[in-house]
Design a protein around this ligand. Sequence first.
Ligand code: F7E
Length: 332
Amino acid sequence: MKKKIAFITGIAGQDGSFLTELLLKKNYKVYGIIRRNSVVEHQRNRIEHLSKNLELLYGDLLNESSLAQLLRKIKPNEIYNLAAQSHVRISFDIPEFTAKTNALGVLNILQAYKNEAPSAKFYQASSSEMFGRSVDKDGYQRETTPMEPTSPYGCSKVFAYNLVKHFRFAYKLFACNGILFNHESTRRGSNFVTNKVVKNSVKIALGFQKYLEVGNIHAYRDWGHAKDYVKAMHKILNYKKPDDWVVATGQTRSVGQMIDYVFNRLNLNKKKHLRINKKFFRPEELKYLKGDSRKIRKTLKWKPEYSFENMLDEMIDFWMDFYKKNNRSKEF
Ligand code: F7E
């Protein structure tokens, strides 16, 4: 049987690397684009262990002609658009770059898709950050919840989400949105709160440092594991029709509760080791997320395998092992 071909933007990120592993296991040929960066060394460390069925190319969402050229050449069956400026707090510092990449960048890849590979299926990494201040009366966000984003990041993602729907209806394209709630792993960037808390707490437990410094501990998030969530992406593109899907665990916890779990496991005392630093606060905070993912569970038979505790345990064990083996200055 002919190999299926996937094209992934953002392949070097947490989700891109897990999705690539999943698709290679399913016998896909995978092409991914990475942006040119002056430091070559750190761009491939999440994926360089993968196989000969993976090809990395230079590309950028802001360069439409190169995207078009790549899609014409590669002729993918599935396109996964995971590239973004994905850090919400940083989006307040660089709103214009965030909007260009996350909103206009999606317009660029959709144009290239429509013109060069219209028979492919298209996945857009949409986000629970699009819901912002909006929560349904029963305390959940779902596909029908109005969107009221609270950050430049959230606003840019709403623009892209609407474009994807528009391209689906206007040009009859198989273009889908996965509205993913927070999803984490050991591969999460260490300036996102879960991996930041785990790495720093492990270092405190090992005596390498004294404090964990964080921002708002009263925000609630619905945290799942990235490995489970990339399975949802694949299911979304392999359903009989294009649609929009919420992917979430349906459980919510505050940042403070997450820190409690990690500190308890490592026998750390909050009074002694936790500090609040205003510099990690956002001008406007998204206060509460809890996703209702009944639609994808029922229709696509998706469900998360990891619990919140299993996920954090995996992260704690990984970093404990890592910092015990390595000198603490050798990080990635
Ligand atoms: O923050 C609070 C912070 O940066 C989670 C991205 O993948 O998920 C992610 O966005 C919460 C917020 O993720 C610190 O204020 C407290 O309430 O881990 P985060 P995020 O902003 O929810 C969505 C679904 C995406 O789409 C995004 O791309 O934790 N918080 N203290 C902190 N957050 C950080 N980063 N650092 C702190 O020190």
